[in-house]
Write a protein that binds this ligand. Structure first.
Ligand code: ZN
Length: 181
C-alpha cells in the first residue's frame, strides 16, 4: 500500500524527522513568482531558514499541505537533524561507492531510488563529526550528472513518495515495512 505524500509527511514528523515542504515537481499550486524564479522544480524548500527547521508538529504539517496541497517532502540533513545522505548517480557514482566502501554492502543504510535513475542512502549522522557536503563528479563532459555526493550540513534531500519533475516517484527500497505498513 502506498500512502499519500501528506500521510507520509505526518508519519515522518511523528517519527521525529526534521522535514520541510518542497515545491511540487509539476509546480501545481505554486505562485507565478515561484514558477518564474525556481530553478529546481520539485526540490526547492518552501519555508525560510529551512536549514534550522525543527521537527514540525502535526498542525504545522497540516498547515503546509493546506497551503501547498501538492508539495513534496524534504529532509533536513546534517548534525542538527541527525541524518546524512549519500547520493549515487549514474555508473560513475556506483563505481565510486563500491571503491570507497571497498565493495562492502551498505547494510545499515536506509535506501530509496530517485526518479532520475539514482540511489540515495540515508544514515544517522556521525556524532561529533563534521558533516560538510562533498562530491566526486565524473569529469567526462559527455556524462550527464554522474557523481557520488555526501550530503550533510546545509543540505536537504527529497524523501519518498515525493514526485520528481519528470513525473517519477521517489520510492523506498528499504526499509519498506517500516514506512509502508
Ligand atoms: Zn519550484
Amino acid at each position: 500500500m502506498s500512502l499519500s505524500i501528506k500521510s507520509m509527511a505526518l508519519k515522518y514528523a511523528a517519527l521525529g524527522f526534521s522535514i520541510i515542504p518542497l515545491c511540487p515537481g509539476d509546480h501545481s499550486c505554486m505562485s507565478d513568482t515561484h514558477i518564474a524564479t525556481c530553478r529546481s522544480p520539485g526540490k526547492r524548500p518552501l519555508i525560510k531558514e529551512w536549514q534550522n527547521a525543527e521537527v514540525p508538529s502535526e498542525q504545522q504539517v497540516e498547515e503546509w499541505f493546506r497551503r501547498w496541497p501538492s508539495a513534496n517532502i524534504g529532509l533536513v540533513l546534517g548534525s542538527r537533524s541527525g541524518f546524512v545522505a549519500l547520493d549515487v548517480d549514474g555508473q560513475f557514482g556506483q563505481d565510486k561507492l563500491l571503491e570507497i566502501s571497498a565493495g562492502n554492502h551498505l547494510s545499515d543504510a536506509w535506501q530509496f531510488s530517485t526518479p532520475g535513475g539514482g540511489m540515495r542512502y540515508v544514515y544517522a549522522a556521525p556524532k561529533g563529526r563534521d558533516c560538510r557536503k562533498f562530491s566526486i563528479s565524473d569529469s567526462n563532459p559527455n556524462h550527464i550528472h554522474s557523481e557520488l555526493a555526501f550530503l550533510g550540513d546545509g543540505c536537504c534531500t527529497v524523501l519518498p513518495p515525493s514526485k520528481h519533475a519528470n513525473g517519477g516517484i521517489y520510492t523506498w527500497i528499504k526499509p519498506t515495512k517500516f514506512f509502508y505498513h
